[in-house]
Design a protein around this ligand. Structure first.
Ligand SMILES: NC(=O)C1=CN([C@@H]2O[C@H](COP(=O)(O)OP(=O)(O)OC[C@H]3O[C@@H](n4cnc5c(N)ncnc54)[C@H](OP(=O)(O)O)[C@@H]3O)[C@@H](O)[C@H]2O)C=CC1
Ligand SMILES: N[C@@H](CC(=O)OP(=O)(O)O)C(=O)O
Length: 379
């Protein structure tokens, strides 16, 4: 289904509009073909101020003039009531309560925060991988107390999870299940928001610990790459069986993640080694072809923010690199390189993703576009 080009733009709101992810939302949404920014929300530090005064603008592009004079609102549903979609870049300390209130007020929330990712009725969607998981939203609305007509929460993944799960999905699509996976991250400072990691901790240094990150990568990857199955046909929700995320249970996926903070401003890079179920495993050449030719449904359906090339495969031995490759396609795709045989598992490679774009804001936006194309959000 396509959205007609003569339809009026849909009003959207941004929660956490002054933060690192919020600013990227503003940059992307200010030129979006379907959306117009209608309301901005942030903390009491910013409420009541014109956006240009409230924000500490850190984007490499100029602040869009359309938002400069918009007054920052309290994160309460009233000011966002006219929004067809509400994007959230809220700090996780407050996202749970605020996003719940917006859902209860019949608003469609697309969140970057971690709070609801493990909720059994909330889809955890990397749009270039598993937008089909949006089908659980009917159940989420039906089981809400009271049941909802339009209000729901969709989350996108941790930024490192997003980076590796895209090539992993391409490989599983072509070669079948992955059994085991080792991943070591080199994560940019901007992943920690602003001001993030103190300069004296990160300049001339690597910090081999990011709180909670390894557990998130290991758990979220299974939810995203897994499917949805019926729990109990005897206990229907409406006219359908109760459903659950199967967490890749048919072919259990062992994952070991190690996370490091490195002195890079933007762009999470990860070394990944995978072992396939199938024997013999694919060759590096076959893996490169599978990655380059991967076309996710979000692209095929015509989501305007989906990258034309989802996975860019580099042949140069020293690419991708954050400074050189993170801006490719506005950070909407991922870059892979050094695809080669792994002496312990089967194949190893490096992947790079812009943690603030496809790792956060761009993913939320593509999720909303997909929901509109599928009629989940009225568009
Ligand atoms: N940075 C990244 O690469 C990624 C971040 N995320 C997630 O996205 C979310 C945002 O991250 P990021 O932009 O980096 O964080 P920032 O710290 O840069 O921004 C946080 C935002 O939340 C707002 N906020 C804080 N407290 C409150 C409150 N009490 N009420 C209302 N608003 C509040 C801030 O407003 P104010 O300016 O007024 O204080 C600000 O707009 C987080 O949940 C994070 O985990 C996910 C993937 C990647
Ligand atoms: N923790 C990530 C960014 C982030 O905020 O992740 P999450 O949304 O999973 O809490 C990083 O530091 O790079």
């Amino acid at each position: 289904m396509q959205r007609q080009s003569d339809r009026p733009p849909l009003k959207v709101g941004i929660l956490g509009a002054t933060g690192t992810v919020g600013q990227r939302f503003i940059t992307l949404l200010s030129v979006h073909p379907w959306f117009t920014i209608h309301a901005l929300g942030a903390s009491s530090r910013s409420i009541g101020k014109p956006y240009a005064t409230a924000v500490n603008w850190k984007q490499v592009t100029h602040m869009p003039s359309a938002v400069k004079d918009m007054v920052v609102q309290e994160c309460k549903p009233d000011a966002f009531a006219e929004c067809s979609v509400v994007f959230s870049g809220l700090d996780a300390d407050v996202a749970g309560e605020i996003e719940s209130a917006f859902r209860a007020a019949e608003l469609a929330v697309f969140s970057n925060a971690k709070n609801f990712r493990r909720d059994p009725h909330v889809p955890l969607v990397v749009p270039l991988v598993n937008p089909g998981h949006l089908s659980i939203l009917e159940q989420q609305k039906a089981l809400h107390s009271p049941p909802l007509k339009k209000g729901f929460i969709v989350t996108n993944a941790n930024c490192s999870t997003t980076a590796h799960v895209i090539p992993l999905a391409a490989l599983e699509k072509k070669f079948g299940p992955i059994d085991a996976l080792m991943v070591t991250t080199m994560q940019a400072i901007s992943g920690a928001g602003y001001p993030g990691v103190p300069s004296l901790d990160i300049i001339d240094n690597v910090v081999p610990y990011i709180s909670g990150e390894e557990e998130k990568i290991e758990w979220e990857t299974r939810k995203i790459l897994g499917g949805i199955s019926d729990v109990d046909p005897e206990q229907p929700v409406g006219d359908k069986a109760l459903q659950q995320f199967d967490m890749h249970a048919d072919t259990p996926l062992k994952i070991s993640a190690s996370c490091n903070r490195v002195p890079v401003t933007v762009g999470h890079m990860m070394n990944v080694s995978v072992q396939f179920s199938r024997r013999p495993p694919p060759s590096p050449q076959q893996v490169c072809e599978a990655l380059s030719s991967y076309r996710p449904d979000a692209q095929l359906q015509g989501c305007p923010s989906a990258p034309l090339q989802t996975i860019t495969v580099h042949e140069e031995p020293d690419r991708p690199q954050p400074r050189m490759d993170r801006a490719h396609q506005d950070g909407a795709g991922v870059s892979v390189g050094r695809v080669r045989q792994c002496p312990v598992f089967d194949i190893k490679f490096v992947v790079l993703a812009d943690n603030v774009s496809i790792g956060a804001a761009t993913s939320s936006i593509i999720n909303a576009e997909y929901a509109i194309l599928k009629g989940i959000v009225e568009g």
